[in-house]
Design a protein around this ligand. Sequence first.
Ligand code: ADP
Length: 487
Amino acid sequence: MSEPTAGRILIVDDDAALLEALPRALKLRLDGLQIDISDNAADALVRIRETDYDAVVSDIKMPGLDGLEVLREIKKLRPKTPTVLITGHGEHDLAVQALRGGAYDFVQKPIDRDYFVASLERAIELRRLERRVDEQRLALERHARVLEHVDDGIFLIDDGGVVQHWNPAAAAVTGIGSEDALGRRIDDVLTGWTAVAELVPIAANPDPGDPASKTLPLELDGKELWLSISGVRFVDGIVYAFRNVTEQRALDELKGEFVATVSHELRTPLAAIYGSAQTLRREDVTLDHETRRRLLEVITAESERLTLLANTLASGRLRLDHKSVDVAALAGGVVDEVRAAFAEREDITIEVAGTNGIGEIVADGDRLRQILINLLDNAVKYSPDGGRVRLELETRANGIRFAVSDDGIGIAVAEQQQIFGKFYRVDPTLSRGVRGTGLGLYICRELARRMQGHVWVESREGEGSTFYVDLPVVRPVEQGERAAVIS
Ligand code: ADP
C-alpha cells in the first residue's frame, strides 16, 4: 500500500459535475488527501483566507471572478500556495497568462487524470518542503536570537564554507565584527582555520551532556588564541561553538612553571641539609668540633631558609629585601653550603677569594645567596673529578663583581646566551648526563635583574666557564624606591 498523502487542497469550479467527479477520482489515487470544494470564487477566497491549503485547483473560467482573478487574490493572500488552473481545450493564451500570473501548473480539459494527479502531487510536495524550510528557518531564527545572548562564540558555516551566522560573543573573542564575517568564506575570516577545522570534533547531533570540545590554538593577527571548540552538523552546514581559554591556559602554564621554580628552590637547601646530616652520621671519620659546628650551622641556616620560603609562598609573593649585606660572610656561608651539599664529591676543591676588605652592599642577602649557590652548584655539577671551583669577589667602580669559575666541560659560544633562558638545557649527552631543570640560570638572571644587576658567562668548551654577577652598590637612601616584587 502506498503512503497516505497528507495534505489538504481546495478545488474551485462552477461545474457541479466536475466538482463531484474530481475529488472522487483524486481520493482513489491520493489516499488520505483532504479535499475541500467550492463552486464560486468568492466562497473559495473566504476559505483560502481561513485555511493554509497545500494546493488550490481552480477552473479558469467562472462567472463573477474568473480563475485568473482568483489566482491574483491567492498570490496576495497565500503567496506560497501552489495553484493549478484548469483551462478549456486549446486555451493556450489563458494558460500562458496563468503561468505568468504565478500559477504552479495548468491542466486542460478534458482532464488527463494521470497528468493531473502527478502535477498535484508535485505541488503538494513542493508546499510541504517549503513549509519545512520555513519551520527550520523559524527555528534557526529563534535559536539565533538566543545565540545573541550566550557567552560562547558561535558561528555557522554553510556547506560552501561561507559564514551564515556570527554571534556577538564570536565577535568579542576574535575581534572580528559580524559585518566582516557574514557572507565571507571562513578561511578568509579566520586565517589558519583550515588547519584547526580538521581537528575540531563534529557531532551529528547537539548533545549538551557530552561537550566533546577540543582546545586548539588559532593564530589571529599575530596573536595566539586558545579556543575550546566543538561543532554540530546541520542539514546544510556546521555550527561551531567556542570558548576563549587563552587566559586559563596561560595560568596553567604559569602554575607549571611556578611549581618547577619552587621545586628548584627547594632542592639546594634540602641537598645541603641532607649532605650535612650524612657527613655528621659518618662513623668512619672523626669530625673535629669546628667542622661539626659548621655542619650544624648549615643545617640550621638552610632549615631557616626553607621556613622563609614556605612563609613567602604562603603569603603568595616573593618580596625583595634591601638590606646591608656583609658580602664576605655571605660568600663564606655559601661555599660551606655547597661543600655540604656535595659532601659525596670530596675530590672537588671549592675556594673563596677576594673577601678581604670587600665591604657591604645593599641587596637581598637571601636572593644573592641563591644566585651564588646556583652558580656554584652548576660549577661543581659540570666539573670533572678532582676539579677546582672558585668564587672570587672584586670591588668595582659601581659595585661588586662575583665570579664563579670552574675548569669543567665549558659551554659552546652558540649556547652561551641560551642557557639563561627558561627551561633551557644543553644536550645532556654533551653535559655528561648531569640532571637538572634548566631553570637555575634563568632564576639567577631574573633575581640579579631585580637587584639592578646582571649575570653573564665567559666560557671555552673543554676548558671551563666563569659566570659573573655584577651588583651595584646601592646607597641606603634608595632602598624604598627599589622595593621590587616577584610574584
Ligand atoms: P640545569 O643545571 O638545571 O640544567 P641551569 O639553568 O642551571 O639548569 O643551566 C642551564 C644549562 O647550562 C645546563 O643544562 C648546562 O648545560 C649549562 N651550564 C650551566 N652551568 C654550567 C657550567 N658551569 N659548565 C658547563 N655548563 C653549564
